[in-house]
Design a binder for this molecule. Structure first.
Ligand code: SF4
Length: 364
């Protein structure tokens, strides 16, 4: 049987260089290949004319660029958000979102097909878990968004926002959030490998301070992040300030209860000397009262923390309503009394089901 081809996007730069040596070529050719792909966005072997023909032929026989095909693409009515339904080689599908804010573009990428965590208000959780993504499939999503940006196929609104950016003419992907489909810390090794590839200084060179990983509270993963001193931002989805309230929204709280989660978060903050962003989905009448805000304040008081409030986005499987603007402001005011900074997340892409908790591989 023929040996399987390597997916180029699964490889770190060091591994690509080591492969070249194993094939009997100097690593400099592999370094050039890496630059073609990650700096110039070239994946056409014929266009890589600075590579020696023998190395190129060998690499072409051993490596494959497993890009993800676009099965469907949707643009929000305000032009700031694009959602891509991407096809994986086994016919599974995932969603990746490009979000534009003034002067910056962020890719929201997925780490799994579906999700095992089952958060009740989340469309991905409502799908159940199908499989983990490989590192290459995670990297390919970022490369997909980068290619879109380099193609600069702007709508009028996108062009206007891009003009506000000093980098508008040479737009590249610079901000990444792992908040798409799946729980990143449930697929720890593949996610960390992908981030290492995307951070490689000779390639896409994403800065750690522009990468945010979101978890629903996978305690062993948080401890491991702390021990490995991973330098990017961590967002922890809280949603409830007591064990009982949290467990009604986030079933995985039964496995990793709130007190264990708080211990892990304090451990992370202590080791990393880095703040945690706590995500709080605001659901009208459920977890948005002033009393609840006090409970959050008491829970997080004294921590190096920020709270991101996200008014609930609609999904077919959950009947709750988002908290209104005034109630969100009151919630923020209470948090401020406890010395906790907070933001209310800008709602983007809701009309195309590209907001937080809405990704579900449906053609919407
Ligand atoms: S919110 Fe995140 S962790 Fe929870 S079910 Fe959805 S994708 Fe999974």
């Amino acid at each position: 049987m023929e040996p399987a081809l390597h997916n180029f996007y699964d490889l770190t730069r060091d591994e690509l260089l080591a492969l070249a040596s194993r094939w009997g070529f100097p690593p400099v050719h592999a370094a050039r290949l890496w630059s073609y792909v990650y700096l110039a966005g070239v994946e056409d072997w014929a266009a890589m004319d600075e590579l020696p023909a023998r190395y190129r032929a060998k690499a072409e026989g051993e490596l494959q660029f497993r890009r993800l095909g676009t099965a469907h693409e949707t643009h929000s009515s305000d032009g700031f958000t694009r959602k891509y339904l991407l096809a994986l080689p086994d016919a599974a599908r995932i969603e990746t979102v490009l979000m534009r804010y003034t002067g910056r573009v962020t890719a929201c990428i997925s780490s799994q097909v579906g999700c095992a965590m089952g958060c009740v208000f989340c469309a991905t959780g409502q799908m159940g878990f199908m499989r983990h993504l490989t590192a290459g499939e995670i990297v390919a999503q970022a490369m997909h968004v980068d290619a879109v940006l380099r193609g600069t196929q702007h709508t009028a609104a996108l062009a206007q926002a891009a003009a506000a950016s000093p980098h508008a003419r040479h737009e590249r992907l610079r901000n990444l959030v792992l908040m798409g489909m799946g729980e990143p810390l449930h697929n720890y090794d593949a996610v960390m490998r992908a981030i290492d590839i995307l951070r490689d200084p000779n390639g896409l060179a994403l800065a750690a301070k522009r990468i945010t990983l979101s978890t629903v509270g996978v305690v062993p993963g948080i401890m491991r992040l702390a021990d490995e001193a991973r330098p990017f931002h961590l967002a922890v989805s809280l949603h409830g300030a007591t064990q009982a309230e949290r467990a009604t929204l986030v079933p995985v709280a039964k496995k990793w209860p709130l007190d264990e989660l708080m211990d892990a978060c304090r451990y992370y903050i202590g080791k990393q000397q880095r703040r945690i962003f706590y995500e709080w989905t605001l659901i009208e009448g459920k977890n948005d009262t002033v009393e609840t805000a006090h409970a959050v304040g008491q829970l997080l008081r004294g921590q190096l923390a920020q709270v991101n409030l996200i008014p609930l986005n609609p999904t077919p499987g959950y009947a709750g309503e988002p908290t209104g603007r005034e109630a969100a402001k009151q919630f923020q005011a209470v948090l401020a009394d406890y010395g906790l900074p907070s933001t209310v997340r800008q709602r983007r892409g809701i009309d195309i089901a590209a907001g937080c908790g809405q990704l579900a591989v449906a053609r919407r």
